[in-house]
Design a protein around this ligand. Structure first.
Ligand SMILES: NC(=O)c1ccc[n+]([C@@H]2O[C@H](COP(=O)([O-])OP(=O)(O)OC[C@H]3O[C@@H](n4cnc5c(N)ncnc54)[C@H](O)[C@@H]3O)[C@@H](O)[C@H]2O)c1
Length: 272
């Protein structure tokens, strides 16, 4: 193995990626498979069966026998515990959890917040999207003394609010906070980091950013985001790959914990 392969190989990684059929989580799954990991993608299967996503990943990455899947609601703690046992039986004990479940619904003035929608978004991003899988996995890892790591999905809203998406702002700023708190408590056995993607077109934000899919015309919000991003574009799936491999590789980032790494084309930079 060359020095670079040794540093970034994920051959010792057994990853569970929640929301694994989603746009960014499946890009993360692809690069992990290409770097040699075994991957189990966990999704609700609401829009596409998880088995289709498994087949697609297998054929795109030539990773036959290394891709597994679970149809599951990650907000259901008992179901998560059971799926972890099934996943362990299928591919060996996972040593990496990527919390890819999350997203936004609704946009309103503050005085018009719909509290039911607010609760649903917080539940999706914080309970199913982080707390429940992380507590179940971390408990199992501590019990068995497994050296492991967690990668959460934060957002630009973890740092600065986006207008009108109150629950998403609240949840994603909490993702950064929980990443830091859990990293302290779980060290040194378990590393906890996050990636904060800038703007990538996903299932749930497409309508907010793109006015016309055929022409690629943007909404006013989509245009404002591009204008604020020094790179002048949305993220492409390849942009998330390096950060994923870096944080997943124990050799490359074994002393890195509690970090939220922006991958944002400079969106967070500011000057006057
Ligand atoms: N796309 C972006 O620009 C962007 C930017 C910053 C952060 N993020 C974050 O990255 C993550 C993935 O985003 P995406 O754009 O790829 O979204 P996506 O909607 O394509 O993927 C999310 C997946 O999670 C699944 N899911 C939702 N709730 C679930 C549950 N309870 N149990 C199991 N599966 C569930 C959905 O079915 C979907 O397949 C989210 O946390 C999102 O907030 C995305």
């Amino acid at each position: 193995m060359s020095y670079v392969e040794e540093m970034f190989s994920l051959e010792n990684v057994n990853a569970v990626i929640t929301g694994g059929a989603g746009v960014l989580p499946s890009a993360m799954a692809r690069v992990m498979l290409r770097a040699g990991a075994r991957v189990s993608i966990w999704g609700r299967g609401t829009h596409h069966p998880v088995s289709d996503a498994v087949d697609a990943l297998e054929s795109e990455t030539e990773a036959a026998g290394r891709v597994f899947g679970e149809t599951i609601d990650t907000a259901d703690e008992t179901a998560v515990r059971e799926a972890l046992s099934r996943t362990e039986a299928a591919m060996g004990m996972p040593n990496l959890l990527v919390n890819g479940v999350g997203g936004n619904k609704g946009k309103s003035d503050f005085t018009e917040i719909d509290t039911e929608t607010f609760s649903r978004v917080v539940e999706m991003n914080l309970l199913g999207g982080l707390v429940i899988p992380s507590k179940v996995f971390a408990a199992r890892w501590k019990e068995r003394d497994v050296k492991a790591s967690i990668i959460n999905l934060a957002s630009m809203t973890s740092y600065v609010p986006l207008s009108g998406v109150w629950a998403y702002n609240a949840a994603k700023s909490a993702v950064k906070n929980l990443t830091e708190g859990a990293a302290r408590e779980l060290a040194p056995l378990i590393r906890v980091n996050a990636i904060a993607p800038g703007f990538f077109i996903g299932h749930q934000n497409k309508a907010l950013l793109v006015a016309n899919e055929e022409t690629g015309e943007l909404t006013e919000r989509g245009r404002a985001i591009i204008d604020r991003t020094p790179f002048g574009r949305f993220g492409g799936m390849e942009d998330i790959e390096g950060a994923t491999v870096f944080l997943a590789s124990e050799k490359a980032s074994g002393f890195v914990t509690g970090v939220t790494l922006p991958v944002d084309g400079g969106y967070l930079t500011d000057n006057i």
